[in-house]
Write a protein of this length. Structure first.
Length: 126
């Protein structure tokens, strides 16, 4: 699956949740996180839509993902204050700024691109 296809799939899955949650996000103050804050608030936890998919960032740099019943393993790292995640279908890591407000997380590759919204939760062991 290409990077663009995975982004479209993610948007298709997230669009209803994003629309229904957009009023709540509009009143929240998202803060751009740096490397230390990303490690403290995201590493060791799940980034998820709470029902269809989850990405678990293990402290050792391994990324465990499940999406609609499929599971795969990738890697993650923090580079230039961006969270970079890779999976077997990507030629290079997908790096994003990380913004948070409470448990809500918003990621985007560049200022001119769409955001990707989810929540950060305590890791649920499978």
């Amino acid at each position: 699956m290409s990077r663009r296809t995975s982004q479209i799939l993610a948007l298709t899955i997230l669009l209803p949740a994003t629309i229904s949650g957009s009023l709540g996000h509009a009143q929240e103050n998202f803060k751009l996180l740096g490397e230390k804050e990303i490690r403290a608030r995201v590493v060791g936890k799940d980034i998820t839509d709470s029902s269809h998919w989850a990405n678990y960032l293990r402290p050792d740099g391994v990324l465990l993902s499940s999406e609609m019943g499929r599971k795969w393993t990738g890697t993650w790292k923090i580079q230039n204050n961006k969270l970079c995640m890779s999976n077997p279908n990507l030629e290079s890591p997908d790096c994003n700024e990380v913004w948070m407000s409470g448990a809500n997380i918003r990621m985007r590759a560049n200022k001119d691109q769409e955001t990707f919204d989810a929540v950060v939760e305590k890791h649920r062991a499978n």
